[in-house]
Write a protein that binds this ligand. Structure first.
Ligand code: GTP
Ligand code: MG
Length: 205
């Protein structure tokens, strides 16, 4: 499975306003500026679908994208979640972020997996670990993705994969293996598509 046709649908400040489309859905979440929009553009091989920016914290809504096959049949939905952990927002903003994301991940019937983006230069921190714990608790599948890996050398890349795998081992769940990604080089895109495919189709198909 690999698609490269997509259309931006709309952005919703509340989950209850979002459309209920009967399509398998994947969510992309992580800190502000971690590279969510760039990753969505990169896996679809499209340059300007999701807006990228140098100003963190710009996306404060659920951004919905419809993914289509070559015959223009609707196949998937991608949901670009608002980034968390942006230091300059107030406590009430943080709470509204939390409510929006929780309403969405708990309420979405079609959500097949949560791609958790982690800046490969920073590694996994408390904020992400809390999110992992919460997602495991509500039984959501997680794909940890180490973004911007083109900014590291080989040795640093191996180290962050090792460290992240180790940190994720504390959770009493299925093992979680991080995928190294770069929106600049396209590294990791094949593995991300494979991860998503495995959550949509039976292995027998
Ligand atoms: P918000 O929506 O504001 O939370 O940000 P985001 O997570 O969507 O990040 P975005 O994709 O806008 O990228 C943030 C910055 O990081 C931009 O300047 C991107 O060009 C840069 N960036 C994203 N991915 C990569 C990557 O794989 N490699 C490099 N070198 N830069 C990247
Ligand atoms: Mg964004």
């Amino acid at each position: 499975m690999r698609f490269n046709k997509a259309k931006y649908l709309a952005s919703y400040p509340q989950f209850k306003l979002a459309p209920k489309l009967n399509l398998p859905e994947f969510a992309f979440g992580g800190r502000s500026n971690v590279g969510k929009s760039s990753l969505i553009n990169s896996i679809l091989n499209l340059k300007k679908l999701a807006q990228t920016s140098k100003t963190p914290g710009k996306t404060k809504m659920l951004n919905y994208f419809k993914i289509m096959d070559n015959k223009n049949s609707d196949k998937l939905l991608f949901v670009d979640l608002p980034g968390f952990g942006y230091a300059k927002v107030s406590l009430s903003m943080k709470k509204s972020w939390q409510k929006l994301v929780e309403d969405y991940v708990e309420g979405s019937t079609y959500l097949q997996g949560f791609l958790l983006l982690i800046d490969s230069r920073r590694g996994l921190r408390d904020e992400e670990l809390q999110l992992v714990e919460y997602l495991i608790h509500i039984d959501r599948d997680i794909c940890p993705v180490l973004t911007k890996s083109d900014k590291l050398n080989n040795q640093q890349r191996s180290k962050v994969v090792r460290d992240t795998t180790e940190q994720l081992r504390v959770f009493n769940s299925k093992p979680l293996f991080p995928i190294l990604h770069s929106a600049k080089t396209g590294r990791g895109n094949d593995l991300l598509w494979r991860w998503m495919s495995e959550r949509i189709f039976d292995e027998s198909e």
